[in-house]
Design a protein around this ligand. Structure first.
Ligand SMILES: NCc1[nH]cc(CCC(=O)O)c1CC(=O)O
Length: 325
């Protein structure tokens, strides 16, 4: 078994964002438990392929390589962006901890300090995410949305070079690559709902080790964050949509009022149509994951009754049809 002597081995993707967030988790665990941890950099398919992300079938391209290392026991645990994790559980693996979430909102990084409302008609806005394009197009159909890929630094470089007027990225990720100074506007979740799990991390390990030698991972678990992201991810799973679908969801657990409140949106890629919903449940215990699942399922089913599944299917049909070059 790995890690029984020497520092524990934490598997991470290689990007600045991934290593920065993995280092944050490692430091928090070390601070709370005294455990020494070293980072093991793993190359994932999503990091090397040039294909457009929405064309990769979405789920798993960033996480499978880390999971292979976990299953081979060459590392002790892995840190993922929760947003990138497929909703289906992985055989033999478990999310041992979900640390307290960072800011879940999407952020605009525009030239000349421009706010979203101040971008001129025809301005070129880069984002690779159908969820962002759909919601932004609903607000500003007069802008041009340009699909882009690459890490946060590469995307910001396209604004600096003048190739784009703005890019939209996750606020939390920008913080982790130390680029919050580039943010010129932040989207209210009322207008642009974040991706399920956005801003949250997941600590994954082999199931059989969670309550054994890796029990210390629980030191960084935040039950309120777990409750919220479980509800958000159930919406995605019920809609049979993946991370490449135009689905936004955001939940918050209010510990004082003991209320879990969930909002979700499914928006057509051109912004012309949307199904939105909101629902809350009183959950006496922050550990009531069944309550979170029920809330997510109820909301998703109500949205499907309103036509949400049709919008998701249309978005996938569009993805599978190659567009003009
Ligand atoms: N899909 C890539 C990805 N996965 C997680 C984040 C941001 C950090 C987070 O949400 O935790 C990003 C980049 C982005 O969306 O801007």
């Amino acid at each position: 078994m790995t890690g029984s002597t020497g520092p524990a081995r934490l598997a991470t993707r290689r990007s600045t964002m991934a290593t920065s967030q993995s280092r944050m988790v490692a430091d928090a665990i070390t601070e709370r438990t005294g455990r020494a941890i070293e980072l093991v950099l793993v190359t994932s398919f999503g990091d090397v392929t040039k294909a457009h992300l929405t064309q990769l079938g979405g789920t798993g391209v960033f996480v499978n390589a880390l999971r292979d290392e976990l299953l081979a026991d060459t590392v002790d645990f892995a840190v993922h962006s929760l947003k990138d994790l497929p909703t289906a559980p992985a055989d033999g693996l478990v999310l041992a901890a979900i640390p307290e979430r960072d800011d879940p909102r999407d952020a605009l990084c525009a030239r000349d300090g421009l706010k979203f409302a101040d971008l001129p008609a025809g301005a070129r806005v880069g984002t690779g995410s159908p969820r962002r394009v759909a919601q932004l197009a609903a607000l500003r159909p007069d802008l041009v949305y340009v699909p882009i890929r690459g890490n946060a630094e590469t995307r910001l470089g396209k604004v600096a070079s003048g190739e784009l007027d703005a890019v939209v990225l996750a606020y939390a990720g920008l913080g982790r690559v130390d680029r919050l100074a580039d943010v010129t506007d932040v989207f209210d979740p009322e207008q642009v709902l974040p991706a399920p799990g956005q801003g949250a991390l997941a600590v994954e390990c082999r199931t059989e080790r969670r309550d054994g030698d890796l029990a210390y991972l629980a030191s960084v678990d935040d039950p309120a964050t777990r409750l919220a992201v479980v509800a958000e991810r159930v919406v995605l799973a019920e809609l049979e949509a993946g991370c490449a679908a135009p689905v936004g969801a955001h939940a918050r657990y209010d510990a004082d009022g003991r209320e879990l409140r969930l909002r979700a949106a499914v928006v057509a890629i051109d912004g012309s149509e949307a199904v939105r919903g909101e629902r809350a449940a009183t959950l006496d215990a922050v550990t009531d994951l069944d309550g979170a699942v029920a809330l997510g399922r109820d909301l998703a089913r109500a949205m499907i009754a309103d036509g949400a599944d049709r919008i998701v299917a249309a978005a996938f049909a569009e993805r599978d049809t190659p567009s003009e070059p």
